[in-house]
Design a protein around this ligand. Sequence first.
Ligand code: ATP
Ligand code: MN
Length: 471
Amino acid sequence: MTVKTETLMRTAVVDTLKKESIGKSVKVCGWVRTRRDSKGGFSFIELNDGSTFDSVQVLAENTLPNYESEVLKLSIGSSVEVHGTVVESPGKGQTTEVKAGSLKVLGYADPATYPLQKKGTSFEFLRTIAHLRPRTNTFGAVARVRNEICRSIHNFFQSRGFLYVHAPIITGSDCEGAGQMFRVTTLDLDNLPRTEDGKVDFEQDFFGKSTNLTVSGQLEGEIFATALSNIYTFGPTFRAENSNTSRHLSEFWMIEPEMSFCDLEGNMQCAEDFLKTIFSDVLNNCPRDMAFFNERIDKTVIETLQGIVSSSFERVSYTEAVDILLKSGETFEFPVSWGIDLQSEHERYLTEKKFKKPVIVYDYPKDIKAFYMRLNDDNKTVRAMDVLVPKVGEIIGGSQREERLDVLERRMLDSHLDPAEYWWYLDLRRFGTVPHAGFGLGLERTVQFCTGMGNIRDVIPFPRAPKTAEF
Ligand code: ATP
Ligand code: MN
């Protein structure tokens, strides 16, 4: 069959780079990365369309009718549509190239004003042009790896029979950490309705009560797990904490599996299998992007991921971890004693220096953990777990949940929470309660860990952080 060139489907650059494509007629479209002109009367154009890390080399000869008038005006960032043939490339560095039969300019990018001229532009600068940074090597690679991680996450749970449940983004329960929530309101801030005692009258607000953006889908996840057994949520979460670190965002994505008939052991095993699956999928399915990260961002990233996939995580109780820290001989900024919340420096010592691999710390003191974590028989610790990884620190936080109604009520009162407000949560224990457990994985920390990117703001398309909400 002969196909008229005009009606050809677009071929992705990734496909034009394959040996099997040699001899095929193609239409390739993309953005110019470089143009090199040869004295022999032709030009090489590196064309990238994001379908893979590499660009395809387009050979444009001066026999093209618009060679002088248009091809020689192409600069970085310009967009073009090329109709041509995939041929074996005589040059070094690539197997194939596209010999242009015609080249249409879709849009020029004026080199005098296009911001992405030089290589090695700083990540700080690129954050100020979030609308253009996906066109760079690094951000293209991050986007593809992030996509692979998301695919891997869904595959992992779907292949194990977990149901994907959507937790609400606007929540009426100010569960954990009310102080760090973003309020959702349609009240007129310049003219707030007040109750008789002078407080803001949220009965007049949109939902007739005070509402916020969710900090976690866990409680809703528990509702579905105590009916459908194994579920996971995967959605955006919001935290108004004022932490300007390289590991915190105000808006980030969290994956929260919740499993009925499961204890902390099962939870830890699930978390370990889950992370290993993600890392091995990234290594297997993003080799080109990972080679780039290994070369340009962190020379140890591939080796680290490979090492983790083929060995088991270390497991230490909180009490053991405190002992290790006390005996470490290190001087920490925050002194260590039983009962403290582990700081990032402590977590990093355990995973980077002591064990040099992921560590699961479990059985934390009840006073530093949430009320819903299952109380141990020692009455001092709860069945909590954190998974710590080198450089990033905490990547997963989870627990076995308290399924005993009386214990849960007591723990709520101890935490100054009103059980009446959590009547629906307590109902899950009142009617057919079951042991259950779950955890939360931060998507961006996972992308950070897989790519070696130093700042979490560079692994989400549009970062939200204190004083930062561009675009
Ligand atoms: P951290 O102590 O590091 O601030 P956390 O204990 O408050 O985290 P959890 O409430 O346990 O976090 O949330 C579960 C997971 O979500 C964490 O293990 C982490 O991977 C991720 N996460 C938590 N807060 C943030 C944030 N502000 N930005 C990005 N990811 C986060
Ligand atoms: Mn945590």
